[in-house]
Design a protein around this ligand. Structure first.
Ligand code: HPA
Length: 279
C-alpha cells in the first residue's frame, strides 16, 4: 500500500464522476446500521466492487456499497458496511476508505459500530458516543513508511474523538429526548468474542465498550487531520455479564431494533456538524 495516496485519489476521482454532489461528511455504517443510507436523497449507490482499489466486505449484515446523497440538505458519503481486520485485511486496507473520504474533500467523519457493553450502566440497545479508545488490535494503519501527503510520522491522538462533535451529539440527543452515553472503546482483533476474563480485564483497564472495528479508521482520519465522531450501538452486553452466550444474530437484531433512534440521532448531528463546517 505504498501507493495508498495515489490509489485513494483515483478511487475518489471515480466516485466524484458518479454524482454532481460534493459530500462534506463521511459516514461509516456498522453491522446492522446500514439502513440510514437507504433514505438518502438524490443518491448514487456505488458497489465497493466497482470502486478502484476499494476493499470489499464479507461480513454478514454489511451491504457493501458507497451511497453519496443528501440528508437534511447536507451532501454526505455513507458506507453501508466496512471491512475488518478479522477478515484478513491489513490495517492499511481497513483504513483505505477513510483515505478516500479525504480525497473527496471531506473533513469530518462519523464512524458507527456495533459493540459489546462492558459498563454496567449500559443496556442492550444503548447508544454511546466514543470519548476515547484503547487499541488492542495489535496493529496500526500507519505502520510502514510514512506517507507525508497524508500526515506526519507521529500523529497526536489526544483528541482523537472531537470534543466539539461529541458535545454536538449529546446536545442532539437531548433535543430528541434520547439517552446518549459516553464511553471508552476497546478495539480487539476478533473474530471470536471475548472471554469473561478478558471482559473483566478490559473493564479494569478503563474500557466501557468492546468491538472489532473503528480504530484503524480513526487513526487514519487523525493522521490526515480529519475530525471524528464515533457512535457505538451496544448490541449486546459483553461476555460473562449476562448468563448467556453471545451470537451475531443478537447483534443484528438489536441494531435493527434501535434503527429509528440511531437514524434520528445521525440526521440531527449531521445537520449540526454541517453547520459548524460552514460553507
Ligand atoms: N465483542 C466484540 N465485538 C462486538 C461485540 C462484542 O461483544 N458486540 C458487537 N461487536
Amino acid at each position: 500500500m505504498t501507493d495508498a495516496f495515489v490509489h485513494a485519489q483515483s478511487a475518489a476521482a471515480f466516485l466524484l464522476a458518479q454524482t454532481p454532489l460534493r459530500p462534506r461528511i463521511g459516514v461509516v455504517l456498522g453491522s446492522g446500521l446500514g439502513a440510514f443510507a437507504d433514505d438518502l436523497l438524490d443518491a448514487a449507490r456505488i458497489p465497493y466492487a466497482n470502486i478502484p482499489f476499494f476493499p470489499r466486505s464479507t461480513a454478514i449484515g454489511h451491504a457493501g456499497q458507497m451511497v453519496i446523497g443528501t440528508t437534511t440538505g447536507v451532501p454526505i458519503a455513507a458506507m453501508q458496511g466496512r471491512v475488518h481486520l478479522y477478515e484478513g485485511y491489513s490495517a492499511q486496507e481497513v483504513a483505505f476508505p477513510v483515505r478516500v473520504f479525504a480525497g473527496l474533500g471531506i473533513r469530518a467523519v462519523i464512524l458507527t459500530n456495533a459493540a459489546g457493553g462492558i459498563c454496567l450502566e449500559y443496556k442492550q440497545g444503548a447508544l454511546v458516543v466514543i470519548s476515547d479508545h484503547i487499541n488492542l488490535q495489535g496493529t496500526n494503519p500507519l505502520v510502514g513508511p510514512n506517507e507525508e501527503r497524508f500526515g506526519s510520522r507521529f500523529p497526536d491522538m489526544t483528541q482523537a474523538y472531537s470534543r466539539t462533535y461529541r458535545d454536538m451529539a449529546l446536545q442532539s440527543a437531548r433535543k430528541l429526548g434520547k439517552t446518549l452515553h459516553q464511553g471508552v472503546y476497546a478495539g480487539v482483533l476478533g473474530p471470536s468474542y471475548e472471554t469473561p476474563a478478558e471482559i473483566r480485564y478490559l473493564r479494569t483497564i478503563g474500557a466501557d465498550l468492546v468491538g472489532m472495528s473503528t480504530i484503524p479508521e480513526v487513526v487514519a482520519a487523525r493522521h490526515m487531520g480529519l475530525n471524528v465522531l464515533a457512535i457505538s450501538c451496544v448490541t449486546n452486553m459483553a461476555a460473562g455479564i449476562l448468563d448467556q452466550p453471545l451470537n451475531h444474530r443478537e447483534v443484528l437484531e438489536t441494531a435493527e431494533r434501535v434503527k429509528g433512534d440511531f437514524i434520528a440521532l445521525l440526521q440531527a448531528v449531521i445537520a449540526e456538524i454541517a453547520a459548524a463546517l460552514g460553507e
